[in-house]
Design a protein around this ligand. Structure first.
Ligand code: FE2
Length: 380
């Protein structure tokens, strides 16, 4: 991000303002639909070190669901569970398991962003809705994306309360580890077989994104599985949404496995940034996050593949951290095991050292490692 761009600070979130067709400023929050928000909040607090800051539920007058808001620096999760039988959120969980429902985007004017998206061909989920309390006003509007996932536009200029009207501060200050996570780097969606072009078109035509990179299934294939991946990015680079589509291989691809267990398209992984990946991985492992291990052969020719890097090979190999280099620099990354029982959502930890890509050179080594896990689940 350029230092020349004006910045504003709201509730610990730093937003860089720059011209963009829908004026999309960054990710405001990611909302998960889960079966038990209280316990999921405990999990993400004690593992990722996200701090519970706000709550809405029966005690605040919300009768049908409970939501916990967790934050650390520029990472914000909202965890929402239904409180009543036959609730639509319950149907979402029955179909998908716990997963991401809303990738909410920060805008200056939610009504204008929604109107622009609708005139560009978006499907409406919620027309602009204003909520107010003594702390100011928040405007929210939502459109549909892949599967049952949505994008909300969030306008919160000058709002000084905890998260949104209807939420109250969480007074409890339960301990959380310092894991060094700074911001959500990118969010990857898995889409249906044959639907890649449709969703590339959605992000291009409806939200004004550009396609950044194109891997085809020759790039990313192993003996068994293959996929196609395209990266969509907004004009100021604050939103990076890669999309994966399954491609045919000898056996079931990891994308096909995801689609089967999620019951359709959805968010495959959230990549979270750190400035010190070794310290972050150590903290997450100590907190119980299981990571995909890299084969020791991966490190045999590391220097030949990526050239000289600041980190020692021993430090990376001991932690199964992967490295990839492009023209601009390199990146370090590692992938967790699934965050829930179903082999669906997982977390990536990423540290960028110049590179703005996504670890293409690691895909083959990574996928071979993922397939070993898939085989253990009887799904390869
Ligand atoms: Fe990623």
């Amino acid at each position: 991000m350029s230092g020349a761009l004006p910045q504003k600070h709201h509730g610990g979130m730093t937003i860089v303002f720059t011209p963009d067709s829908l004026d999309l400023l960054g990710i405001d929050y990611v909302e998960f639909y889960v079966s038990n928000a209280r316990q999921t909040a405990h999990f993400y607090r004690t593992t990722l070190g996200l701090l519970p800051v706000a709550y809405a539920g029966l005690e605040t007058g919300l009768r049908d669901r409970a939501s916990y808001v967790l934050e650390r620096r520029n990472v914000r999760f909202v965890l929402t569970a239904p409180l009543t039988p036959d609730h639509p959120i319950g149907a979402h969980i029955a179909r998908h398991g716990d997963g991401v429902h809303d990738i909410a985007l920060r805008v200056r004017d939610a009504t204008a962003a929604y109107a622009a998206a609708m005139s560009n061909g978006a499907t409406s989920v919620q027309a602009p809705t204003i909520s107010t309390d003594a702390n100011g006003r928040v405007v929210k509007a939502s459109i549909a994306t892949y599967g049952e996932t949505i994008h909300s536009f969030i306008e919160r200029e000058g709002y000084t309360g905890p998260f949104m009207p209807g939420f109250q501060h969480l007074a409890e200050r339960a301990p959380a580890p310092e894991t060094g996570l700074t911001v959500i780097d990118h969010i990857v969606g898995n889409v249906e077989l044959g639907a890649m072009d449709r969703w590339v078109g959605f992000y291009r035509d409806v939200l004004g994104f550009k396609q950044l990179v194109h891997f085809d299934d020759q790039d990313i294939s192993t003996e068994y599985s293959a996929l196609m991946s395209k990266v969509m990015q907004n004009g100021n680079g604050t939103l990076k949404f890669p999309l994966n589509e399954p491609a045919s291989g000898r056996k079931k691809s990891q994308i096909a496995e995801y689609l089967e267990y999620y019951g359709g398209p959805g968010v495959q992984h959230l990549a979270l940034s750190t400035d010190d990946i070794c310290a972050t991985v150590d903290a997450l492992r100590a907190a119980g996050i299981p990571f995909i291990s890299a084969p020791s052969s991966y490190y045999d020719d590391l220097e030949q593949r990526v050239g000289s890097i600041d980190e020692s090979r021993q430090a990376l190999q001991a932690r199964s951290i992967l490295v990839d280099r492009d023209e601009e620099g390199y990146l370090l990354q590692i992938f967790s095991q699934p965050m829930q029982d179903r082999p669906t959502l997982f977390i990536e930890i990423i540290q960028r050292k110049g590179s703005q890509s996504f670890g293409k050179g690691n895909f083959k080594a990574l996928f071979e490692a993922i397939e070993r896990e898939q085989a253990k689940r009887g799904n390869l």
